[in-house]
Design a protein around this ligand. Structure first.
Ligand code: ZN
Length: 168
């Protein structure tokens, strides 16, 4: 009896077994996450982590977490290939930096709002305030940040903003 596996298991091997040139068993740990029609997914994690490490990581995880782990590994491997020095840490720290900058801008903008309100209150006798101007106050901090990510996008490099800050 020689190499009857191919004949019997009519299904084609998963992308991992195909690349590793081995028989894809029914209980192949790679098969659910590395389908044959997405060969690049396994190719990239194999290149960065090594097939046996990927195998080990998957074996150590409960099945319901393996899919997320594979997504993370594929993402990290792609980032590592794009940026061999920092990998996905490069993307994370650049995003963190953007968040810091935007939070600073947000704090400035909020200070300006407070200041303008005080100017308005002192120059007008009636206390009518347009409610629409302060709508962002009703948002949660995270949606406020998300809002600022969009709104502030265009003014990231405008240090002159401070000029008008404290004039009534
Ligand atoms: Zn397989």
């Amino acid at each position: 009896m020689k190499e009857g596996g191919r004949k019997q298991g009519a299904t084609s091997p998963c992308a991992a077994c195909k690349l590793l040139r081995r028989r894809c068993a029914n209980d192949c740990v790679f098969a659910p996450y590395f389908p044959a029609d997405e060969p690049h997914k396994f190719a990239i994690v194999h290149k960065v982590f090594g097939a046996s490490n990927v195998n080990k990581m998957l074996q150590e995880l409960p099945e319901q977490q393996r899919s997320d782990a594979v997504s993370a590994m594929v993402y990290e491997a792609n980032a590592r290939v794009r940026d061999p020095v920092y990998g996905c840490v490069g993307a994370i720290s650049s995003l963190q930096q953007q968040v810091d900058e935007l939070q600073t801008q947000l704090a400035l903008a909020q200070a300006e709002v407070v200041h303008m309100r005080m100017c308005h209150a002192s120059t007008s006798s009636d206390q009518h305030k347009p409610a629409s101007n302060t709508s962002s106050e009703n948002l949660s901090p995270s949606s406020r940040l998300a809002k600022s990510l969009f709104d502030m996008d265009m003014v990231v490099d405008q240090p002159n903003m401070g000029e008008s800050l404290w004039s009534c």
